[in-house]
Design a protein around this ligand. Sequence first.
Ligand SMILES: [Zn+2]
Length: 248
Amino acid sequence: MGGFLPYILLVMLPSIAITGWAAWRVRSTYARWSKVDSGIDLSAFDFARRLLDRQGLTDVKIEPVPGQLTDHYDPRGKVLRVSSAVAGRQQLGSYDPTDRSVGFPQGSGTLSVAAAAVIAHEVGHALQDREHDPWMAVRQTIVPAAQLGSGLAPWLIIAGVWFSILQLAWIGLIFFGAAVIFTFVTLPVEIGASGKALAFVGSLGITGERQVGAREVLKAAAWTYVAAALAALLTFLYYLMLILGRRD
Ligand SMILES: [Zn+2]
């Protein structure tokens, strides 16, 4: 079975190239605009809180999360998690139960264009959640199948092809298909959140060059999801090829 070389040439190398390019692009774009002041004189926490409150999302909590580009909105816990890279260069503070802004540097310096764009994007997700965005709902529904699909499915497919148990391989492919659909359903959710973010950024008075910068950061982030979807699709097509091309 000569399945390994085509796998490297048709799937692994293109996937690494696409996702590597997207990751490099988002990091370099983020780095460039994290040095540019947004002109908003608020800490990351205060900015997130103000944006959420303005949208009537007063019940959404804000928490710090370690790392860079780890910012996300958790629809189950209704929590917006802001990365330490976005929150500021300072170390996360010690826990104080009376301080709602625990872990966030207070009034320390201003917000960068990159940080403002990322926070606005996450608030966009919180808004999608409240509006019961259909893509977000679909995405949440296929999470279990998608998780099974990306974890177990490749093994089912390989075992099915190897031992010529085709039903097993096809079941694996269906589950892997769910994982692929998940990566594609993620696209309208992410692009939708960035659309909302740009509207926030505009209404907050981030204009001109800075608005261009915010758009660049959001666009670069969106490309990482496009890259992930393409890589998943390539893998799916390879598995399909493997099943159809098996020798009995
Ligand atoms: Zn997002």
